[in-house]
Design a protein around this ligand. Sequence first.
Ligand code: ADP
Length: 399
Amino acid sequence: MPADGGGLVLVLNAGSSSLKFAGFAAMPEGPEPRFGGQVEGIGAAPHLVARNAAGEVLADHRWDGGDAPANHAEALGVIVRGLDQALQGEAILAIGHRVVHGGTDFAAPLRIDDAAMAALDRLVPLAPLHQPHNLVGIRAAAAHFPGVPQVACFDTAFHRTQSWAAETYALPPRFYDQGIRRYGFHGLSYEYISRRIAAEDAALGAGRLVVAHLGNGASLCAIEGGRSRASTMGFTALDGIPMGTRSGQIDPGVVLHMIDALGMTTAEVTRLLYNGSGLKGLSGVSQDVRQIEAAGTEAAGRALEHFAFRVRREIGAMAASIGGIDALVFTAGIGENAHGLRARICAGLEFLGITLDPARNAANAAEISAAGAAVRVLVRRTDEEGMIARHTLDLLRAG
Ligand code: ADP
């Protein structure tokens, strides 16, 4: 590859009906964002949006005829044709993919070859709702860019530093041995935040962080010296705190009751817990905090109250798992923007040394803790795509 920073790293994140993409220039000091966007509504009413690094719209297209991309491969074809014009001959050096599950084996990014692909296929039963889409994205990219190195970056990998005690469920050991254990997710976000804090303040990076990744999917992670020690998500991304549409942690007895006493099918329970619960289910309004806050109904207020209670409780649990807390970091859509919710979450955590400065919190400042508070409370924008680009470039440069 050119050593002078020529060429691009492409990052792809394939979801059930969307394909997100981002392009990074391969600079000597690391990846530099150039453009990004997504095709959403694949298979229904597809919509392409692309922006440059300054946020200016490069493309915004909806299809109304029969030429609409019907699947991920066709959506990638649309992106590639757009890229061809934008790149003006600049080479794509490698493609990094977000892959939700790396199982027990993959604690680091993986260069894709036939054996790796077979290993990722074997992990589908661990994440049947997400992994197949990620693998479709890899196959589509391999077909479009034959010979271009592909790298899988896992949402679970960062958590593989957790102890057996943190990972196991209290089941007979044979279940742990066959992979029924806590994996944790959002690892690319936590790794990015942990590295960024360490780059800003080496002592804090070596200390004890509790990071709250609060987006449509939401979890918390306890990080000590840059290593994940505990997280709220478990065997699946359904566990932990309530999310946009997911229930979060629920007594398994409730699931048994729904099936045995209420006669619900596993498909109905799956739909309820993944798509009809969380903030949306509780509020009856939306999964979006902005709309719930605007609704002003009693159910909306109670949804936010419950969310804040559960996040607050888990901040305490995460701090306990690493013997204390030096900084609490909020990130992702809710964590970065929803200052009212941040205030509600932190109210009552004074015993841990957490006190907010109301004005800084309302301004979404980078540091929102009160002057003199024992624990720093920070707000940082996460960058999962940037983390994937960094891993992909590092692997490429390592040969
Ligand atoms: P995803 O997990 O899909 O990547 P994001 O991290 O983008 O999600 O978070 C999206 C969520 O962030 C929205 O559904 C909404 O609840 C919340 N959010 C975004 N902006 C704001 C805002 N200004 N105020 C309150 N909540 C916000």
